[in-house]
Ligand binder design. Structure first.
Ligand code: OSB
Ligand code: MG
Length: 357
């Protein structure tokens, strides 16, 4: 699926997505999952083709034909697989959706959510070719109603760019995401961001680094938000205990599905750490799952879940995800993830398909 506009982070530029979808069938009912792995192993170790193999050869065989008590029993079946949480999560979320549909319940209720009927939305804006283009993009998203702006940063596209953004938009909720582009030796540069009153700086240091984030947070006024380095509730608890950050971005795929996402949510909530729902340039199924997740009570900050049309000329669900002028997504009450699949469109862009009996 070609993206409407390229999306650039400190680790590279994405122009089109290659997405693995999982359909889990029981008693003639289907549940759906979307794997959030990228096209290359640059955000984490996974990519589209690794997810395909792990799903086919390891995840599916351990879940299929096993007498599961319920959907929350799925993630334990694959927990001994090292890493590959996005592949594991793609099937896990499909089974949650399936179970919700078998019970004719909306997925958000089934996972224990429902704390809010409207999800507060922000946008994530990639690194642009020029500052005027970035300013124009921010202008457009604010006009659409989005409640906060996240901009991607990297060395060479940070302090000076944020200064220009702040000069133009002094009052907006603004944050920056570095996707691990810095090290502790950049602490002074990161500290200089304190003057801009950012809501948070997301994952400035290495993807697997908690201790250095604690050292950095001790030097910054700006709260650190952890993304890449929180892959489990245990890591969340360790990071919180070390004061490695004050906010957590939860992504379903990164933690391996709804079971672990809820545990990360609960650990953070108990510690008074707010969370928000991250995004991975999802198509409609992943987007709809994120909306369900963001109805859990501690998702109190605007997340990166935004309208389908920011990414896709045509999404794989009907209707597409839409955002109100208030910068919110209204939660739908249909069974499962709440949207219809556009099967005809999905079939027309499918390049590979495999059934595992
Ligand atoms: O770090 O949050 C991130 C996209 C791809 C990989 C990593 C990230 C992102 C985003 C996009 O920021 C969020 C979205 O889906 O809109
Ligand atoms: Mg991030």
């Amino acid at each position: 699926m070609p993206l409407i506009h390229f999306f650039e982070t400190s680790f590279g530029r994405t122009t089109e997505r290659h997405i693995v979808l999982v359909e889990a069938i029981s008693s003639g009912v289907s549940g759906w999952g979307e794997c959030t792995a990228g096209e290359n192993p640059f955000y984490n170790e996974e990519w589209t083709d690794s997810a395909w193999l792990i799903l086919r050869d390891y995840v599916a065989p351990r879940v299929l034909n096993y007498n599961l008590e319920n959907a929350s029993a799925v993630d334990a079946r694959t927990a001994h697989i090292r890493g590959h949480n996005m592949a594991r999560g793609a099937l896990e979320v499909a089974v949650w959706d399936l179970e919700a549909r078998l019970a004719s319940k909306p997925l958000y209720q089934h996972i224990g959510g429902g704390a809010r009927r409207e999800i507060p939305c922000g946008v994530s804006i990639g690194i642009q070719n020029s500052v005027p283009e970035l300013l124009q993009k921010i202008e457009t998203e604010l006009a659409a109603g989005y409640q906060r702006i996240k901009m991607k940063i990297k060395p060479g596209w940070d302090v000076e760019v944020i200064r220009e953004v702040r000069a133009r938009f002094p009052k907006i909720l603004l944050m920056a995401d570095a996707n691990s582009a810095y090290t502790l030796s950049d602490a002074a540069r990161l500290k200089s961001l304190d003057e801009f009153g950012l809501m948070m700086i997301e994952q400035p240091l290495a993807h697997d680094e908690i201790i250095d984030h604690a050292k950095l947070q001790a030097q910054l006024q700006t709260p650190i938000c952890l993304d890449e380095c929180i892959r489990s509730a245990h890591q969340a608890a360790q990071a919180i205990a070390m004061n490695a950050g004050r906010i957590i971005n939860i992504k379903l795929g990164r933690v391996g599905g709804f079971g672990e996402a809820k545990r990360v949510h609960d650990v953070a909530q108990a510690a008074g750490i707010p969370v928000w729902c991250g995004g991975m340039l999802e198509a409609g199924i992943g987007r709809a799952h994120n909306i369900a997740l963001a109805t859990l009570p501690n998702f109190v900050l605007p997340g990166d879940v935004s309208a389908s049309k920011r990414y896709w000329a045509r999404d794989i669900i009907q209707p597409p995800v839409e955002v109100t002028p208030r910068g919110t997504i209204t939660v739908r009450d249909a069974p499962g993830f709440g949207y219809d699949l556009d099967r005809e469109f999905i079939d027309s862009i499918t390049v590979r398909e495999e059934s595992i009996p």
